[in-house]
Design a protein around this ligand. Sequence first.
Ligand SMILES: Nc1ncnc2c1ncn2[C@@H]1O[C@H](COP(=O)(O)OP(=O)(O)OP(=O)(O)O)[C@@H](O)[C@H]1O
Ligand SMILES: [Mg+2]
Length: 505
Amino acid sequence: MSDLGIVISLEGSPSTAQFSFVIDPKNGNGVRKGQYIQTKSEDGVLFGYVNEIVRANRYFERAESIAEYERMGKIEHNFPVSSWEYMIAEVRILGTYNEGRISRSSIPPYPGSKVAEADEDMLRKFLGFDENTGLEIGNLLHHELKAKLNLTKLLQKHLAILAMSGAGKSHLMSVLIEELLERNKESGRVAVVVIDIHGEYSGFRHDKNYGTKTKVVEGKSISFPFRKLSPNTISEWFPEMSIAGKSLLSKIIKEMKREAKDARKDFTLKDLNERLNTYPAKENIKDPIRRVMGELRGIHLITRRENPKLRDDVKAGNMLVFDLSDLDNMKKKRMIVSYIAKALFNLRKKEKIPPFLLVVEEAHNFATEKMDKYSNISKSIIEKIAREGRKFGACLCLISQRPVNLSTTALSQCNTHIILRVTNPNDLQHIGESSEGIDGRMLRSITSLQVGEGIIVGEAVKCPIFVGIRDRKSKKREKGRPLEQQALDFEETNEKKSRDVEAFL
Ligand SMILES: Nc1ncnc2c1ncn2[C@@H]1O[C@H](COP(=O)(O)OP(=O)(O)OP(=O)(O)O)[C@@H](O)[C@H]1O
Ligand SMILES: [Mg+2]
């Protein structure tokens, strides 16, 4: 391994937190911001990453001399300017590695110590990658090293993927899904359930490798039987009901559930309405219940049929996609998310389904920080899984382009954050406050990330890392055709129509 440079002595550096090295003009050409390097101290091998690179040249320090030299002709013709140029890399120290053990650095490196590229084997251990069964999401930026994240560390305490629109969140999720579907039984595989708002994951169904492991359910065909709704859920869905209304409804439903269980039969919304009509209660309490039940019927979510059957369709190493792109009604989408999340969590607690990962795209719409009238519909269960899920193997992945609007409770329970490009200052500030371990400099570099690059912070890695997300292997569903193509198609179809009409006449 060639030396990249030599540690220099500056005011306040080297310290136990940082040092600088002058980059070797021959071997150090490839040193880049974000790269990992190593040097030695008394305690062992010291690891760090290049925080910043500064270029300097004595010849160009003073404006008046540059102007004077230029008057005499080109400065580089009269002086050996290029041989006076040098670069200094500033390094943030991450820790010390000694015989397999990682500790905080407690002594600085010597000025004059040699700096080398970080040894990949040590780096892997140092960053906490799982070489054998980790999920390979891409490469450590500026290194050949594959970023393989341990399943438990990444998912058990929940994951948040945050970035602006178009930065590659869904792409990254697809890469993670590929890794999850490819796992073998021995490595431990979870079931994946995706709340797919734009129909981006249905392409997996047609893929030769993942098709057999994917089931897609379209929004309009989702339905749940009435008997599976708890009075509590209905109260959450219709917060406008009075307390008296809620408690009467709850009483009737509990009665009907008991009877149905004894008689081993089902009951429907219609049965409830009939019971309500004859129930001894005041009409002014019954009326709002009738209105709510009418609205529930109008939403076309509650039928006798159960589609999908979560108990059968949530399978280890498989994916169930709820494609909600054919639905417009936000309240209905929230109801679906609420029902599914509750059902999954309950089934998992009873060990009726395998450990699962529930992926929620556009999570800020389902667990909204600001309270509006209906935001609680799905928020409370998402927050509950975020708080309690880890004990049961109920994992969440929240994806959002508006982290500011995402429930702080839910976000703060996501112990790993993968952040792709973000430019909005409000979102950036929020990310800085909610992602542990991100410093100001890192925060600034989030604005200059390219599509497909990201920062991982939290549980899944021992220290924040920059990654380049790999290409996806699976089929991507084309959602956005270029505008030119759409416009051309429209005009051509219209022209054809009028030609057809003319021919007909
Ligand atoms: N790592 C990557 N490698 C190659 N292409 C990528 C990568 N990440 C994203 N892309 C491409 O960039 C485009 C936008 O990505 P994607 O749809 O994942 O963004 P998004 O953050 O989910 O956006 P939105 O907020 O609109 O949902 C897509 O065409 C995708 O294929
Ligand atoms: Mg997306």
